[in-house]
Design a protein around this ligand. Sequence first.
Ligand code: GRF
Length: 191
Amino acid sequence: VKLAVFASGTGSNFVTIAKEVAAGNLDCEISLLVCDKQDAKVLEKAKTFGVSTFVFNPKDYTGKAEFEQEILVKLQEFEIDWLILAGYMRLIGQTLLAAYPSRIVNIHPSLLPAFPGKDAIGQALAYGVKITGVTVHFVDEGMDTGQIIDQEQIRINDGEDRESLQRRIQEIEHRLFPEVIRNLCVKQYVR
Ligand code: GRF
């Protein structure tokens, strides 16, 4: 099973998945990292793990359809089975949705449908909820709206700051995402 991870950020989820693969705990391969930011930290991490990268600048294209078409050519070249979104800060368009129906998953740091979109952790803190969490879901054309695959909740401690909550949410992400990839993308997958 071949994965393409889409990420534009620090890449802690990328690293966790790559480590699980390297340790033999995930019977798949991260064949490609797709990244829309030239200076993203995740690129150095891909290098460390010897993962090929496709980096693009959306401004070089007329629009989403054009850059997704180029991404699609890469995905086909690498015979990618699943798209794993880990901090890719863009909506997926029709080109990729049509090419990978029910084969695109995303991780989001809230209990969806609460707090979709950017800065879900900040949104949860600002609202003052006592419980938040992590969601892994299928990707559709909406913003964090696809069918939920798994969730885990976490209680926000009284007076807890952002840094602490973010750290605890990431701990959950780093456990939950490889688990979903193992159960959904690897074990149940028929090519
Ligand atoms: C994660 O919190 C994920 O839930 C969100 O983006 C963040 C990516 O973090 N979609 P990292 O780059 O994997 O550290």
